[in-house]
Design a binder for this molecule. Sequence first.
Ligand code: SF4
Length: 478
Amino acid sequence: MSDAAAAGYLKTLFLHPPSYEGFDGGAGSRYQARREVRSFWYPTWLAQPAALVPGSRLVDAPPAGLRLEDVLPLAREYELAVLHTSTPSFSYDVKVAEALRAEHPRLRIGFVGAHVAVHPEDALAASDAIEFVARSEFDFAIQEVAQGRPLERVRGLSYRANGVVRHTPERPTLEDMDALPFVVDVYRRDLTIEQYFIGYLLHPYVSLYTGRGCQSKCTFCLWPQTVGGQRYRTRSVAHVLDEITLARRYFPHVREYFFDDDTFTDDLPRAEAIARGLGRLGVTWSCNAKANVPYETLKVLKDNGLRLLLVGYESGDQRILNNVKKGLRLDVARRFARDCRDLGITTHGTFVLGLPGETRETIEGTIRYACELDPHTIQVSIAAPYPGTALYREAVDGGWLRGPDLVSGRGFQQSALSYPHLSSAQIFEAVEAFYTRFYFRPRKLWAITREMARDRRLLGRRLREGVEFFRFLAQRGR
Ligand code: SF4
């Protein structure tokens, strides 16, 4: 008897399906697209329910380089398959589900992720292979399905019965975040952590969440408006530190831990308490932050092992920040960038082109702003109107939606938005100009060269990433 059967569970496969080559679109990726350099976030949203289902297995196909023919034989080994999907990858994921079902006709298949949470009917209508979809937070809903509970008795599901779509009542929002099990057990059991790269993080790294939700109301941001909520619900400090302690035992060679909460700094006293605990453990760590953290808190974090902050600056135009309800002033962000530099905190700045109010002049202003802030590294993305976001509704009302596709047929991000004064092609082209002008400044080139000269390991990695980056730009242009 298998572990799953012994514990009274269906034998369950959690799958991030094979997708476009180099596609970072797993259950941990905030916007799904092929990246500039090899990048993969951990499939944390799938690891959480996987940790609740004894005898399950998590397969993250893209980082492992698995193609459809590699995962198909798995279908026969399982009774239930839970696939994480996204808006850009949905049609591809449906094909995978249909192939799994053809391989094993009795396999039960459910989809999870923000895309199906927003449009459960459409998702179920896409294919008979999808038996159910889970809406919003799905951890315990999936656990109940895996326990064999009838779908009509599992809250937070949509399913088809006699050709009709039915919705069970919403699940209450999860408040006791310590009820979520540690994901590092699943990482150790099912993943090869060396396959996970993020350009600006040390390698190997491990990322996990210490809470869900974000108290900001950015109109373009998917998770807080769909699966996470606009309130920061957190695990206790002790629970987080216990998981990091365990992770260090499992992965002694990990060089950095990343807290991928939407905004880890939403609760400053808690962030400081976790930092102090991490300082005692002696780990190097990084996290997402909003560009308004005061100097005093930054100092506590830095003094306790913080290496890098991932910061969403988004735009250098105050009107655009106001349009998207970022809740951030440019002067505050400038002070924050200065404080980080003074304290020796590395920053990775993220910028978005094509948000409402964007013009050729504001793009120019944002490029100058990025050069002035001078984060260590940057990411430039294209505004993506995901269904379920306020930006999507605004785009529909404003007639800006050029088409439904957020990525091209090869997984490259493309602009689904087009304005009367700024076309989608102009937004697309501005990304490359942004990168070029930011990185090909004498000051930046000198900083990169110095950094590589100091660290031989980094030298090899940066050279590889440089080649990948130029290949990415060339392919994207084509
Ligand atoms: S602050 Fe960041 S995580 Fe929070 S809603 Fe805005 S973009 Fe999303």
